[in-house]
Design a protein around this ligand. Structure first.
Ligand SMILES: NC(=O)c1ccc[n+]([C@@H]2O[C@H](COP(=O)([O-])OP(=O)(O)OC[C@H]3O[C@@H](n4cnc5c(N)ncnc54)[C@H](OP(=O)(O)O)[C@@H]3O)[C@@H](O)[C@H]2O)c1
Length: 332
């Protein structure tokens, strides 16, 4: 068996032009890992940040880009008892997915829910687990809450809308105008075009001034004051990214006190395997039935051959995707 494989490589940190498909060592499989022959890999915003040198992989993770894959198990570590060669799976990764092969701990490998094909399976792990983690595992959102999901047309946003609607929440979204039909189609109740509307005013109007119980925020500093403004009493601002910036200026913090608000940040990639295992097990228990019944699905914008990796990055960086961009790596 060859000791090398093809993978996404970089000439150095920088723009999309630094990306190419090159040769790298095939991963060695540890006793608690399996080796997956990758068929499809999801592209995530984190890949762009890592490419730019702004988001290095956690200690011990592969330097190769790629946080989620679907594929076939081709080798099983000696301590793994629940997976066999030839099984089709999907997996959550801390890196290494945009390659012909990836080694991953067996606890981060999931079966593929029945109605989903391998392309859809590669669009699921990172964004659905992030959305589930934020809304329920960390956010403890009660059923029928009022929830504001920023970047509603993002990969994570399209997953979060569906999960929140499945929990009978009233869902508000923000996005650019072109992504509003997709948010509506996924069930969002009130879709706000952030380029032309003040989301706090729209929410005040629709909730008769009560506000929302939870905000899933990816934007950060530019939205902070408006976020505090539109949270209900005892509401939670859950931050999972800062795409719009990190520095606050002249923000009135008084609503944090007067409305007894909570502010929390969370990440997924750098968490321990034990945390991710607990998250995945709860996700499979709570959410897999919804995929199996066809009630929710990964939203895919585009599938590209992985040799078009630079084009895929440029497309995402230009905010053109609604839902996921998937890279085809090998035939199933
Ligand atoms: N904390 C975690 O563990 C975790 C895990 C996964 C992802 N994330 C983060 O979640 C975010 C979404 O990831 P993704 O892969 O789903 O992204 P994505 O599909 O690339 O979507 C991002 C969208 O956000 C909107 N956007 C970008 N900059 C904006 C700004 N300054 N103001 C308002 N909207 C903006 C754009 O849509 P419009 O056309 O609507 O502007 C863009 O298409 C990323 O920031 C990612 O890093 C965090």
């Amino acid at each position: 068996m060859s000791k090398t494989m093809q993978s996404v490589q970089q000439t150095g940190t920088g723009g999309a032009e630094t990306l190419y498909i090159g040769t790298s060592p095939k991963p060695l499989v540890k006793p608690t890992e399996v080796l997956i022959k990758v068929h499809f890999a999801g592209l995530n915003r984190a890949d762009i940040l890592q490419r730019q040198g702004k988001y290095p992989p956690p200690k011990g993770a592969s330097n190769i880009l790629g946080l989620e894959v679907s594929g076939t198990v081709v080798q099983v570590g000696r301590k793994v008892t629940n997976l066999t060669i030839g099984t089709r799976v999907m997996a959550l990764l801390a890196g290494g997915g945009q390659a012909e092969f990836v080694a991953v701990d067996y606890r981060l490998v999931m079966p593929i829910p029945a109605p989903l094909n391998l392309t859809q399976a590669a669009a699921l792990p990172e964004v659905f687990l992030t959305a589930y983690q934020a809304l329920f595992f960390e956010g403890n959102t009660p059923k029928a809450s009022r929830v504001l999901i920023h970047a509603g047309g993002s990969g994570v946003g399209t997953a979060a809308i569906q999960l929140a609607k499945a929990a009978q929440c009233t869902v508000f979204t923000t996005s650019s105008a072109g992504k509003i039909p997709a948010c509506q189609h996924l069930g969002a109740d009130v879709c706000i075009d952030y380029t032309s509307e003040n989301f706090a005013s729209v929410i005040a109007e629709h909730t008769k001034g009560k506000g929302v119980n939870l905000i899933l925020d990816f934007i950060g500093a530019p939205y902070f004051a408006q976020n505090l403004q539109c949270l209900a009493m005892d509401g939670l601002l859950l931050m999972i990214s800062v795409m719009g910036g990190v520095k606050l200026t002249e923000t009135n913090l008084y609503p944090l006190l007067s409305k007894r608000l909570k502010l929390q940040g969370t990440t997924l990639r750098a968490r321990s395997i034990l945390y991710k295992e607990a998250l995945i097990n709860k996700f499979m228990e709570d959410i897999f039935p919804l995929f199996e019944q066809g009630k929710i699905h990964p939203v895919i914008d585009t599938v590209l051959d992985w040799h078009q990796i630079a084009e895929a990055h440029r497309y995402m960086e230009a905010n053109k995707n609604t839902g996921k961009i998937i890279l085809k790596i090998s035939d199933p």
